[in-house]
Design a protein around this ligand. Structure first.
Ligand code: NAD
Ligand code: LMR
Length: 325
């Protein structure tokens, strides 16, 4: 058996944390041969609920779950962590945009970035899920100067999976037959789900998809899916968000498949003209635990406009949190 790895999860008593912890313990994220130690972090008012989650995890008798640590102390929770899921923060409610959460949630990610910098494994891989995820990720990475910016990512995989689902339903093609889809930019209304390079059942998506449906229905259905779920469920997406987090981490660790790619929000190196240092979603391929931006894709005028609009929004969010960077 491999030695156990340490996975820190903030907000572990919340809806996404509750969905994620059990699937991770069952081996869905890191494989059926990888023992795990869960380091579950909460704030004081949720500590009792977190102890209940711990009891349930232990009661599953998961063969891979070596230990559960429950804490409110960041120095304990992030200690030697190999993987970190930053979930803990407020979700939005009906009528809000995710950026409305910035003033409440942004300040959570500064001390967490610092604590990861100080206490986690030097090879830690961090995924920020708490909204607004890109800018919270930007705050965390800017407070972890001793780690590489490439160790911090924010989640766009839920948007990517939502877009796959919409394309699959429309073309009656299994999701496994759809590749090279990209969701660019911010996890917000300005995100740009781009099918220009996408292949569906071996054919180019643009030859199969009616572009009026694409521009007038598909884009907004993906962009507004989070709000649609809040109206339907009375609470924001949780199991699908946990599943996307597991997909994101699994691909980062084990690699994307062949010539396909996925969408990950990472610190921009200036690729595609995006401002350096911004947490922005790009098409990436992963291999051997690293990701690389898929470069040299042709960007048409429509895509350029969409990509610039989502960059502009992220620049505004960055300006709003400059005291936390
Ligand atoms: P939830 O309210 O069910 O749970 C949040 C948990 O975080 C609570 O248990 C709370 O006690 C805890 N928490 C709050 N502040 C904390 C802190 N400083 N440290 C540790 N824990 C803290 O919410 P949820 O449905 O699990 O959603 C969590 C976040 O994820 C929200 O911001 C939501 O908008 C976001 N989200 C992001 C995506 C995405 O695709 N990026 C998808 C879904 C939800
Ligand atoms: C989602 O996309 O489902 C989450 O970001 C929650 C939300 O506020 O939409």
């Amino acid at each position: 058996m491999k030695p156990a790895v340490r996975i820190a999860i903030t907000g572990a008593a919340g809806n996404i944390g509750y969905a994620a912890a059990f699937r991770i313990s069952a081996g869905d994220m890191l494989g059926a041969d990888q023992p795990v130690i869960l380091q579950l972090i909460e704030i004081e008012p949720a500590l009792q609920a977190l102890r209940g989650v711990e009891m349930e995890l232990l009661d599953c008798a998961f063969p891979l779950l070596e230990e559960v640590i429950v804490t409110t102390d960041l120095s304990v929770g992030f200690k030697d962590a190999d993987y970190v899921l930053l979930i803990g923060s407020k979700p939005r409610t009906k009528g809000m945009e995710r950026s409305d959460l910035l003033s409440d949630n942004g300040k959570i990610f500064k001390p967490q970035g610092r604590a990861i910098n100080e206490h986690s494994s030097r090879d830690v891989k961090v995924l920020v899920i708490g909204n607004p995820a890109n800018t919270n990720g930007l705050i965390a990475v800017n407070n972890a100067p001793d780690l590489s910016p490439t160790q911090f990512t924010s989640m766009m995989r839920l948007d990517h999976n939502r877009a796959l689902n919409q394309l699959s339903l429309k073309t009656e093609t299994p999701v496994t037959g759809i590749s090279r889809l990209t969701v660019w930019g911010n996890h917000s209304l300005t995100q740009y789900p781009d099918i220009s390079h996408c292949s569906i059942g071996g054919e180019s998506a643009t030859s199969l998809i009616d572009m009026t449906w694409y521009k007038e229905t598909f884009l907004s259905s993906v962009q507004k899916r989070g709000a649609e779920i809040i109206v339907a469920r009375g609470a924001s997406s949780a199991a699908s968000a946990a599943s996307a987090a597991i997909d994101h981490m699994r691909d980062w660790v084990f690699g994307t498949s062949g010539e396909d790619w996925t969408s990950m929000s990472i610190v921009s190196n200036g690729d595609y003209g995006i401002t350096e240092g911004l947490m922005f979603s790009f098409p990436v391929r992963c291999k051997d635990g690293e990701y690389e931006v898929v470069r040299d894709l042709e960007i048409d005028d429509f895509s350029r406009e969409m990509i610039q609009a989502t960059e502009k929004e992220l620049l505004e969010e960055r300006d709003a949190v400059k005291d936390l960077l």
